[in-house]
Design a protein around this ligand. Structure first.
Ligand code: FE2
Length: 257
């Protein structure tokens, strides 16, 4: 039996597209160009990338809702479930022995809207290298959980982990998604540097979000439109074992279930 909601959504979507064709008097060559482009995206296997780049930020706004909790942000296509749960202090994200980049100490606190700590929370964090590459995704990176881990939270709802500072990166620019952004629309394919988080605690909605860094050149022109004001943090310097490390911190507030 037909799913009535799907039928209604499909019909409305098609009406919208047909109105658009009529309003702009699109011709057969336009129709052929669009068809060719859609086939290119399919053949390149870029539909997940295309959807996340152009539409996920809007789905994010209709999904998590706004309230006295941390704003959500797009998950993007590079999350990998099953990252190792760290157990040895000081918590350090898995990295290659020669991992390049500014050493970074990140402190986090996880709370509910009343300000109470959530000690049972787990912070699943993933981010790019200082060349803007992701493990499992970039062909030159190992298929291993590099710069990806699940970090437990202490009794007082706080935790800290060590890693390196990620760099801004370009989404794949040589395929049809990058082509559209760069050559057709005159935008660019850069995302500002960011940390990805997926934070879970029993009784609370999983929070998928990202943190960006003040001063990043792409904060105002993120190709994926994922930046939100409440998610931009300052970075400072702190002393770790006698060295000067980059330091960031954030209090995550979860939405009750
Ligand atoms: Fe990312």
């Amino acid at each position: 039996m037909a799913d009535q909601r799907v039928v209604e959504l499909f019909d409305e979507f098609m009406e919208m597209v047909k109105d658009f064709i009529v309003r702009h008097r699109l011709q057969y060559e336009d129709y052929a160009a669009v068809t060719r482009y859609l086939v290119r995206v399919s053949e390149a296997g870029e539909w997940p990338l295309w959807m996340d780049n152009f539409l996920e930020a809007t789905v994010d706004t209709t999904s998590y809702g706004e309230g006295p909790w941390t704003p959500s942000a797009i998950e993007g296509p590079y999350y990998k479930p099953g990252a190792p749960l760290l157990s040895r202090q000081p918590y350090t994200l898995p990295m290659r022995p020669d991992e390049a980049g500014d050493k970074m100490l990140f402190k986090a606190s996880v709370r509910n809207p009343a300000g109470e700590p959530l000690p049972a929370a787990v912070i699943d964090v993933w981010h790019a290298t200082d060349k803007g590459l992701y493990s499992f995704i970039d062909a030159g990176m190992p298929d291993d959980f590099i710069l990806r881990a699940r970090v437990p939270v202490d009794e007082d709802g706080t935790t800290a982990f060590r890693s390196i500072r990620p760099a801004p990166y370009e989404i794949p620019k040589n395929g049809p998604t990058g082509d559209l952004l760069n050559s057709v629309l005159g935008r660019h394919t850069w995302r500002p540097a960011h940390l990805h988080f997926r934070i879970t605690a029993e009784g609370y909605k999983p929070l998928v979000t990202q943190l960006y860094f003040e001063g990043d050149p792409y904060l105002d022109s993120d190709c994926a439109e994922g930046v939100k004001q409440g998610l931009i943090i300052p970075l400072s310097k702190t002393d770790v074992d006698g060295d000067s490390w980059t330091h960031g911190e954030f209090t995550f507030v979860l939405q009750p279930q």
